[in-house]
Design a protein around this ligand. Structure first.
Ligand code: NAP
Length: 250
């Protein structure tokens, strides 16, 4: 098969950046997108420095025009689109009685609407070619997590979206799956520690004690599973939620 083309959202940092690097190392040409251009460009430059092919695109996944522009730019640059990995995300944690409309709306817009918009734009370039791999990002928080009513709701929603897209797009040769990471060492978990005033090292240590494999995850732990789900070795896997959490529930 000719070299594939992948688009990765939230590709400037954390899990998205690791996934973009892994896909590129496996031979995909990668459009790295993020809210700001600078982190996306950093990942793309690292890929190019390692001998891969990548471009960087600024894209707010909650905005239809940005999403359609980014997907259009990837296709213009590389001629096709084979893989979508949706990693863009943020948290606005708060107990229910303190959660604002803004906390709710930005989390829903980024994760749930963002995944919907990206999948919708990407499938337009996949259906006709009868080939595509889509991986969305859920979380162990989908099972419920204190202080994350907004985030848990969207991460559970992404599981329903994944299963539904797998049913709708399967007849067109498109696999749709999701990863559900547990505690992964990224800016997101570091920011949570800062926000609640807990030392990050102590937070990781505490989390590791609760995880059956007795460690927190690294972005690459998730990136390798995403790359597998995007591979043709996983071509009969669709509509699945794969927990990457060091245990059954993280
Ligand atoms: P991260 O390091 O903070 O990376 C997320 C990236 O998404 C950031 O570069 C962020 O930009 C970007 N982003 C935020 N809003 C966006 C928008 N509207 N459009 C485009 N990009 C946007 O976080 P991560 O830990 O790698 O998280 C990646 C995914 O995994 C997220 O969906 C997250 O919910 C999920 N996840 C993470 C964990 C974990 O423990 N880390 C666990 C379960 C699930 P800014 O930095 O500029 O905001």
């Amino acid at each position: 098969m000719a070299q594939r083309v992948a688009i990765v959202t939230g590709g400037g940092r954390g899990i998205g950046a690791a996934t973009a690097r892994i896909l590129a190392a496996r031979g995909d040409r990668v459009a790295v997108t993020d809210l700001d251009l600078a982190p996306a460009e950093e990942t793309a430059a690292a890929i190019r420095a390692a001998g891969g092919e990548a471009i960087a695109i600024a894209c707010d996944v909650s905005r239809r025009a940005d999403v359609e522009g980014a997907v259009g730019r990837a296709v213009e640059t590389y001629g096709q689109l084979d893989v979508l990995v949706a990693c863009a995300g943020l948290t606005r944690d708060n107990l229910l009685h303190k959660m604002t409309d803004e906390d709710w709306d930005i989390v829903v817009a980024t994760h749930l609407k963002g995944s919907f918009l990206m999948a919708q734009a990407a499938q337009g370039h996949m259906v006709g070619r009868r080939y595509g791999k889509i991986v969305l990002t859920s979380s162990t928080s989908a099972l419920g997590n204190r202080g994350q009513a907004n985030y848990a709701a969207v991460k559970a929603g992404i599981q329903g979206l994944t299963r539904t897209l797998a049913i709708e797009l399967g007849p067109f040769g498109i696999n749709v799956n999701a990863v559900a990471p547990g505690f992964i060492e990224t800016r997101m978990t570091r920011a949570t520690a800062e926000r609640i005033g807990v030392d990050y090292e102590a937070m990781k240590e505490h989390a590791a004690k609760e995880i059956p494999l007795r460690r927190v995850g690294q972005p690459e732990d998730v990136g390798h599973v995403i790359a597998f789900l995007c591979s043709d070795e996983a071509s009969f896997v669709s509509g699945q939620i794969i927990y990457v959490a060091g245990g059954p529930r993280g």
